[in-house]
Design a protein around this ligand. Sequence first.
Ligand code: 2P0
Length: 332
Amino acid sequence: MHAIAEATPNIAVIKYWGMRDSALVLPLNSSISVTMDFSLRTRTRVEFGDFKKDSAFLNGKELGGDGHTRVLKIINQVRKLACAGEKCRVQSENFFPTKAGFASSASGFAALAVAADAALALHLGPDALSRLARVSSGSACRSVLGGFVQWNAGEQKNGLDSYAVQLAPASHWEGLLNIAAVVDAGEKAVGSAEGMQLTVQTSALFKKRLAELPERTARMEKAIKKRDAHSFFAIAMEESASMHACMADTKPPLRYMNNVSREIVRAVESLNKTHGENVCGYTFDAGPNAHVYTTKAHAAEVKNALSKVAGVQKLFTCGVGEGPRVLEAPAK
Ligand code: 2P0
């Protein structure tokens, strides 16, 4: 009983930062993301069988500690649903540009959820698959879908209404590109889960952010529906600035962007000013790397501007992706 699946990361343009329940990974606000294409992906093989113990390998290395625990959260759920008792072996490989320094937990846990579901022939629908991936990594619940995705925060204590839905498929806006600028591939000082809860506990600005988000989220949804590039870039930048302001307001302050990141912000602003409209827009996650969204028409110009920023180590271009795919599954 084995299956192989691939999934890709997603980049949020309305960010998830703050949980109302950290055990179930329930967010304080809804978020919106764009799924990346297969130029970055995780391939995961899940096998259930007569093994002595459960084991999980990432890029050939056996996982222990937190990594192993997070894998088992998904595996235990599918075993329960399938009334299966077999031990499992998980083998996961990341196909990312060398030392890209981008988080792979979203693609990794989405690929695991899809492969585990396929291996046990559960055939869960997209809502259940999204909830399944969520328990191991919040952002992974958005990577089980392609295109433009909204993770609805939900209100229920048990998290049944906290899952991602597709706002529009990848084909809705094919010309949209993410020019990712690798600034630093090092490990982050404070992990996302820990950092976001520090913000929730200590930042007064965060309360203001939560109050503003429903309106900003609605504007982003509208910009996506209308393929309104100027507004999409503007809201993405406004949102990135809002999250990073709350990070800076956290006690002690969280500083994920660095001087190179700030030079990228300036380069993007300068390009937009020259055009008299937004031809691109940046967003930064819990790290210094930039994701600069633009359209095909302006991609060369954006790449040229970013390549001139001192400290940018590498650029790669990614389109909107279609979501996970199952490569092998048991015959029906
Ligand atoms: C997001 N981030 O919406 C937000 C914005 C980072 C900033 O979800 O702990 O790196 O595996 O959930 O996937 C970061 O989450 O960490 C995140 P875990 P991950 O994408």
